[in-house]
Design a binder for this molecule. Structure first.
Ligand code: ADP
Ligand code: MG
Length: 254
């Protein structure tokens, strides 16, 4: 079997008494795009945040390139045992959020350079050259010296993608990257995501955009109330959903 960059096995996650992930497994192999779809509240964001250790899970295995996350404690007391492992995994699974979360007090270029310089300790001159390349790649190279507030939502989200790419991560995790955008700006972000998929990036993509999921995914996972209800290749899931739940979800025009 090809190497899995990210592997989740039987993950359980509760907020206090509220169980929101009830035993979910997921794998993204190198070069694969895996999309997570499902209604609001089904646990998509929580699962992504558990995968890159932004959020604690109470049981189940998380593996990064075959390396098991090591834990101490159990259940609600379970925590990753090794902070350096957490940093390594988190920097390798770069997240792009619905709200782009750019730093308002930094220029576009500084936003993209910040983490590679401060977290990874890379050489500033090399980081700047790379940052400019990534900004060009997502089509905002001419905005390097602008402030985030001077950009449209679509441009800000593309900067956020450049910022994730600048970490040179093993995989990108997208949480509804187009949901906060007006329809006409959505497409400029969709184009970037499609280009990244076409160049063989490993990605996990939470999206409400079923056309995007169909176009870019190797594998689609439909979550319902914290469980995988159905999964498979996009052609089968979208053209021949096997459950009434997925049929209902798709016909509701999500
Ligand atoms: P989705 O991304 O699919 O919309 P979420 O992962 O955001 O779903 O949420 C899954 C469930 O967990 C929801 O019932 C939500 O209300 C709950 N939830 C999410 N974050 C928190 C939190 N920080 N504290 C308590 N409950 C939360
Ligand atoms: Mg969400």
């Amino acid at each position: 079997m090809p190497e899995a960059v990210i592997e989740l096995e039987d993950i359980h996650k509760a907020y206090g008494e509220l169980e929101v992930i009830k035993g979910v497994s997921l794998r993204a192999e190198r070069g694969q795009v895996v999309s997570l779809i499902g209604s609001s509240g089904s646990g998509k964001s929580t699962l992504l945040r558990c995968a890159n250790l932004l959020e604690e899970s109470q049981s189940g295995a998380i593996r990064f390139k075959g390396e098991d996350v090591r834990w101490r404690g159990a259940g609600h007391h379970r925590r990753p045992a090794d902070p350096r492992q957490v940093t390594r995994i988190r920097t390798n699974l770069a997240m792009v959020f619905q709200q782009f979360n750019l730093w308002a007090h930094m220029t576009v270029l500084q936003n993209v350079m910040e983490a590679p310089v401060t977290v990874l300790g890379r050489d500033r001159v090399e980081v700047e050259a790379a940052a400019r390349r990534y900004l060009d790649k997502v089509g905002v190279g001419d905005k390097a010296d602008a402030w985030p507030a001077q950009l449209s939502g679509g441009q800000q989200q593309r900067v956020a993608i450049a910022r994730a790419l600048a970490m040179e991560p093993e995989a990108l995790l997208f949480d509804e990257p187009t949901s906060a955008l007006d329809p006409e700006l959505e497409q400029e972000v969709v184009r970037v995501i499609k280009a990244l998929a076409a160049e063989g990036r490993t990605m996990v993509l939470v999206t409400h955009d079923m056309r995007l999921a169909r176009d870019v995914s190797d594998h689609v996972v439909f979550l319902h109330q914290g469980l995988v209800c159905e999964e498979g290749p996009p052609g089968r899931l979208f053209d021949a959903p096997g459950t009434e739940r997925l049929q209902g979800f798709l016909s509701a025009g999500q």
